[in-house]
Write a protein that binds this ligand. Structure first.
Ligand code: 5RP
Length: 290
């Protein structure tokens, strides 16, 4: 029983004042439950509705990629500038100190390595995602890829079911295989299928006609950076993507393989959240690099 000494009766009922209806800043998420929305709010800044996710999950199929040889040296110093971290549970537990209070988008499937063709794809246990307090679970969807299309669609659906059960959003990651088209028609199809199967976020690639991909996808679309580009071009890519409807970036190599990764992630952040033009952002990058 609470101490009733000095108890004050409720008086301020706001009679006659309309209750505030809460609008939610993440596309397609208004009907989701509190836990899902809380996690999405940790990823997508409520001020801008956008995010800068730092992706360093590449090792799960590529091994020690350039820039990711020593996560403690290359990635940990960047964590403070990221809105969200995308990585595997192995790297999270071994190399990411649990003191930054950053949302984790956990790579939640495992595939075959780049040494073979994609031929198997399995999911991690959702309990492990809960154990590491994941804010989202990332699962690949490989549209147009023979039997992998069915396997990865089934994986995505299973993870979405588990995500709804426990309040953890799923991010559908549209795959790009060697044989696959990389145009707006393909990415729009793959992105839409992810959302229709329960993804609350989609990660895909920027291409000409991107506005159609973003517009026809009922959940936020973030773009991967892809192969390393000169910094100015990478900043242009971010600028075009958010202007064409992306809700931010999930960027890896263009940050951690940059000449100055800390300057680069801050410049990307300024484009995504503060609307800097590529020119302004590149100037910022040059300044910070000094
Ligand atoms: C690897 C991934 C990466 O997270 C994704 O491709 C983003 O990284 P990059 O910007 O380097 O393309 O999903 O499977």
């Amino acid at each position: 029983m609470a101490d009733m000494d000095g108890f004050r009766e409720a008086v301020n009922f706001g009679i006659g004042e309309k209750s505030e209806t809460q609008d939610f800043h993440v596309k397609g998420a208004s009907s989701l439950g509190w836990g899902m929305k809380d996690r999405l709010s940790r990823i997508f800044n409520p001020r801008t509705g956008r995010t800068v996710m730092l992706a360093f999950d590449h090792g799960f199929i590529m091994g020690p990629t350039s820039g990711l040889e020593r996560i403690d040296l290359s990635i940990v110093p960047l964590i403070e500038y990221a809105d969200c971290l995308m990585c595997t549970r192995g790297i999270l537990r071994t190399s990411v100190p649990p003191v930054f209070n950053k949302p984790i988008c956990l790579r939640s499937d495992a595939g075959s390595t780049i040494l073979t063709e994609l031929n198997r794809n399995v999911l991690i246990d959702v309990e492990d995602a809960i154990r590491v307090n994941a804010s989202a679970m990332a699962v690949m969807f490989s549209a147009g890829d023979g039997e992998q299309e069915a396997v990865t669609a089934s994986n995505l659906t299973k993870m979405a079911d588990l995500g709804y059960r426990y309040g953890i959003p799923v991010m559908g990651v549209t795959a790009v295989g060697k044989q696959m088209a990389r145009d707006a028609r393909y990415f729009a199809l793959a992105s839409r299928v992810c959302a229709e199967n329960g993804a609350s976020i989609v990660k895909t690639y920027y291409c000409e006609g991107f506005e159609k991909i973003a517009s026809s996808c009922p959940v936020p679309v973030v773009i991967a950076g892809g192969k390393k580009l000169p910094e100015k071009e990478a900043l242009e890519l971010c600028y075009k993507a958010v202007n064409d409807g992306a809700a931010g970036v999930d960027m890896g190599r263009n940050v951690f393989q940059s000449d100055s990764p800390a300057a680069m992630i801050q410049a990307v952040h300024a484009v995504v959240h503060d609307g800097l033009t590529p020119y302004q952002a590149f100037e910022l990058y040059e300044d910070l690099k000094k």
